[in-house]
Design a protein around this ligand. Structure first.
Ligand code: DX5
Ligand code: ZN
Length: 216
């Protein structure tokens, strides 16, 4: 069964506590927290203080997706705020292996994300050190964008690499995943799907989360 990481980017922030409770009832495995700095991506969201506040109201593991320039500057802040997994973009940090090791030095899990145009070759030499690879299936920055079909090939190839090298890492995809396409995307070899608007556009958020989780 695929794991579900709902992105709260499309949630009603004035009612975040209730929204998160609904996701938990639906069987969400992680809470996906999208951090944007207006530099790496053309949008700004929230930072460690907001994560810290949410940490007080739920025990669900936090999957923190950093879409910020030089994320190594803020790893400790996000760990202290309550991150269980921190994912950085390969395009955002010069010394990727050093950044991954910095995340793991705090005893939490480390992931690396790739934009749609970034080839898998760029992370070849850090794969042995990763807990997760996040394949972006839209260009990051906004919720509600259209899934980019060519990223399916990247998921398939990543799964082949995991199998052939017997790697102990999870493959996650993020962006444009909806009820009408998620089954085909999951079949490419995913362990976790991030879903934002595909959940929050629903009348019943709990039921919609269950559909994604138990539908495949
Ligand atoms: C995009 C973010 C995603 C986004 C997903 O930059 O990283 O996590 O919230 O939203 P949907 O599912 O609406 O594409
Ligand atoms: Zn994300």
């Amino acid at each position: 069964m695929v794991m579900i990481a709902p992105s709260i980017l499309s949630a009603d922030f004035a009612n975040l506590k209730e929204e998160i409770e609904k996701l938990e009832k639906g069987g969400a495995d992680f809470l996906h927290l999208d951090i944007m700095d207006g530099m790496f991506v053309p949008n700004i969201t929230f930072g460690p203080p907001v994560i810290k506040s949410i940490r007080n109201i739920t025990d669900i593991p936090f999957d923190v997706h950093l879409m910020i320039e030089k994320p190594e500057r803020y790893i400790e802040d996000f760990v202290k705020a309550g991150a269980d997994l921190i994912t950085v973009h390969v395009e955002s940090t010069t010394h990727l292996h050093r950044t991954v090791e910095a995340i793991k030095s705090f005893g939490i899990k480390a992931g690396v994300a790739l934009n749609p145009a970034t080839p898998l070759d760029s992370i070849e030499y850090v794969l042995d050190y990763l807990d997760l690879v996040l394949i972006m299936t839209v260009n990051p920055g906004f919720g509600g964008q259209k899934f980019i079909e060519s990223t399916k090939r990247k998921i398939v190839r990543m799964k082949e690499i995991v199998k052939s090298r017997n790697l102990n890492l999870l493959i996650e995809a993020d962006g444009g995943i909806k009820l009408d396409n998620y089954k085909d995307i999951v079949k490419c070899g995913l362990d976790i799907i991030v879903v934002g608007s595909g959940i929050f556009e629903a009348e019943d958020i709990t039921e919609r989360t269950k559909m994604f989780k138990y539908g495949v």
